[in-house]
Structures are given as C-alpha cells and as structure tokens.
Design a protein around this ligand. Structure first.
Ligand code: NI
Length: 204
C-alpha cells in the first residue's frame, strides 16, 4: 500500500470517527455497547425511505418484523466498505438460520454516478447473496443521509477524474423490527458485536 493511499485511508477513517461522534452526541445515540436503545428509540433519527435496487423499489418499511443493518458506502471503496461487509457476512454465518432469516442487510450507495443498480447488486452479492444494494438520485441519497445524520463527500482526483473517492460515514445502523434505530455499530467492530446486536434487535 502506498503512503498516499495510507494517508487517504487515515483521512477517511478520521472523517468517519468525527462524524460518528457528532452523530452520537447530537442525537444522544449510544454506540453499541451490548444494550439496545430504550423502547422509544432515538426520536428524530432515521425513518423510512424508498430507494431502488436492481429488482425494483426498496423501502425500509418492507422489512418490518426483521432486524436491519443499514450501511452507507460505495462499490469502488478501497477498504472500509469491503471490510465492513465481509465482517457483517461473517457475523450472519454465526447466527442460526432461523435468526438469519430475520435479518436484512442494506447498503445504500452514495456514489450513484458510478454505482449502477446491476453493479451494486453484483457487489453486495459477492459478500452474501441476501444483501441488498440500493441507491437513488443524488437528491434522494442526500435526503436519506440527512435522516440518518450521516455524511458522504466526493473527493476529486485531479490526475484521474473518473477514479475519485467518496468519504463517507463508516458506522452501521442497527434498526429494529419496528423500523427504529436501536444503535450504531462503529467501523472496526468484530463479528461477535454484530451477532450480539442482531440477537437483541430481533427480540426487540
Ligand atoms: Ni467505503
């Protein structure tokens, strides 16, 4: 790995950490520490949205009764997204089938310019055939980012304009069977943390 890409990774992770801290402080949301949110959840954070997948529209409300892991990213992401999706896939393997059936993983692409619906579908299926990739227009994505107080920022690449990066929030939202945010799982969490979070969320 070149020092340039190391620096770039460090910058991205720093941005993610700062954004996560701001979100947690602003919304009073606890980082996942083994306990789900109080029954009322975190009023004002999250909520329903409708975006598109390769097989049609997808709404968060389609998954009532299931626990949802919601993640913002993009398929050209060199490190953070693949690491997180692989960790979540490993966590799901730890769940008994009956519980796995009650979990939906959704990745929202914040790079609709390059992430076509087919590319996105192929990308998430590489990690787990059940993962859903969704995206929308830049305006639609901006709206969902606001709802979830997440951030995504295009980083231009002057030498090679098509190969730009997108800095983005790197945490995962744990959403309960009634559609409310139960907690945030920070980037770098081990599979066991997702397993524990999902088991509690399913019963929430
Ligand atoms: Ni990423």
């Amino acid at each position: 790995m070149s020092s340039r890409s190391t620096r770039s990774t460090r910058r991205r992770l720093l941005l993610g950490a700062v954004a996560l801290l701001a979100l947690a402080l602003g919304a009073g949301v606890a980082l996942w520490s083994g306990r789900v949110a109080p029954p009322k959840g975190y009023p004002g954070l999250g909520g329903d949205f409708t975006l598109r997948s390769s097989t049609g529209p997808v709404s968060l409300a389609d998954f009532r009764g299931k626990a949802v892991l919601l993640y913002f990213g993009y398929t050209f992401c060199p490190d953070v997204c693949p690491t997180t999706l692989a960790t979540i896939a490993a966590a799901l393997q730890e769940l008994p089938q009956e519980q796995r059936d009650r979990v939906q993983v959704i990745m929202i692409s914040v790079d609709p310019e390059r992430d076509t619906l087919d590319r996105l579908a192929e990308y998430v299926r590489y990690f787990d055939p059940g993962f859903l990739g969704v995206t929308g227009t830049a305006e639609e994505i901006e709206g969902v980012l606001k709802q979830y107080r997440a951030v995504a920022m295009k980083v231009p690449n002057e030498k090679d304009p098509e190969h730009y990066a997108v800095d983005h929030s790197a945490h995962t939202y744990l959403i309960g069977p009634r559609g409310n945010v139960l907690g945030l799982i920070p980037y770098g969490a081990a599979p066991a943390r997702y397993v524990e979070a999902l088991k509690q969320a399913i019963e929430h």
